[in-house]
Design a binder for this molecule. Structure first.
Ligand code: GDP
Ligand code: MG
Length: 322
């Protein structure tokens, strides 16, 4: 299990490895002065806090997180159960810091992976400043959305995917969303960016005064190796389309940057062929698409392994970082 987050502790740099005392500051090096953050201009207080994005699978929570940040930190696909961990994105402003937490889709669970994903999502939504319920404005609002609203009561509702339907249908979706218990839902398109600046302003406005929980340059808490494994899984879901069940897992087993070795776990021998593709075509396409999203020079080696029960075994889920 990932530990219970958001951790509302101000950032403190980790102690040096092995507990060795920090070397004394060299007086002849002018850059070796202890870091002190500049005071905010005009003495204005910083507003900061946590926002959790919750909703049914596939409503566009991860796409919305990326749109809010203007950077991709969470993978996206049209398959359910794509987001498996809590993903943190940090939106820094001159006098604000909004920490946005993406979560797995909440659904009536089937099997240990589904139960685990639900737990991860409701844990991540606990104790945040604003729970944002994301619904699909093009797909209709229904019992799945009401299930989520009852599980984690939202403070704000976002109607996403308004690019897909005519204005009249957007109005109907907004009226439907108002039935989820929060007035004035926000219409947005995470894909085109419509409504995102307004939503971001609203989120900033709801943050209480507080410290910057992350150093100002931080965009996400996803470790690099985990991110590469996530990109591999995203591209596999995209390239294999409907042939492959969503139950694949990826993990980086060697990190010697720029060389990265990543294992793809499938549940059955028959799935191995789908992942490899004719003459290795699928792996090649996946590798190329992943490399295109990494710094130049990256070399990602992909291996496929059969692990019959990874999605059914709690301990294995933990080993994979879920
Ligand atoms: P999640 O499961 O809620 O995190 O959903 P994802 O962010 O993975 O998105 C699910 C699917 O919806 C993907 O195919 C996205 O490209 C698509 N999607 C997300 N937001 C929008 C949107 O605003 N407009 C359109 N047209 N598609 C979207
Ligand atoms: Mg997602």
């Amino acid at each position: 299990m990932p530990d219970h987050i958001p951790r509302r502790v101000p950032y403190a740099p980790p102690p040096p490895p092995g507990g060795a005392p920090a070397p004394p500051a060299a007086v002849d090096n002018p850059r070796r002065v202890p870091y002190a953050p500049p005071p905010p201009p005009g003495g204005a207080a910083v507003r900061s806090g946590f926002v959790a994005l919750v909703g049914r699978p596939n409503v566009g929570k991860s796409t919305l997180l990326n749109a809010i940040l203007g950077t991709k930190v969470s993978i996206v696909s049209d398959k359910p159960q794509t987001t498996r961990t809590r993903v943190v994105g940090v939106l820094n402003g001159p006098d604000s810091q909004v920490i946005v937490v993406d979560t797995p889709g909440l659904h009536k669970p089937r099997g240990p992976l589904g139960r685990h994903l639900n737990e991860t999502a409701s844990d991540a939504a606990g104790g945040v400043d604003v729970v944002v319920l994301v619904v699909d404005g093009a797909g209709g609002i229904g019992s799945g959305d009401r299930y989520v609203a009852a599980t984690v009561p939202p403070g704000l509702v976002v109607v996403n995917k308004i690019d897909l339907v005519p204005r009249q249908a957007v109005l109907e979706a907004l009226a439907g969303a108002a039935g989820l218990g929060v007035p004035d839902p926000w219409p947005v398109s995470a894909r085109t960016g419509e409504g995102i600046p307004e939503l971001v302003a609203a989120l900033r406005g709801r943050m209480p005064p507080g410290p910057r929980y992350y150093p100002e340059g931080t965009v996400t808490d996803v470790p690099e190796a985990f991110w590469v494994a996530e990109l591999v899984r995203e591209q596999l879901l995209a390239v294999t389309r409907d042939e492959l069940p969503h139950s694949i897992a990826c993990r980086v087993t060697e990190w010697e940057w720029p060389r990265v070795r990543c294992e793809i776990l499938v549940e059955r021998e028959s799935q191995k062929g789908i992942v490899i593709g004719r003459g290795g075509a699928v792996l090649k396409e996946v590798g190329t698409a992943v490399r295109a999203q990494l710094p130049p020079g990256a070399f990602v080696e992909l291996f496929v392994k059969v692990d019959r029960d990874w999605a059914r075994d709690r301990r294995r889920l933990e080993l994979l970082g879920y």
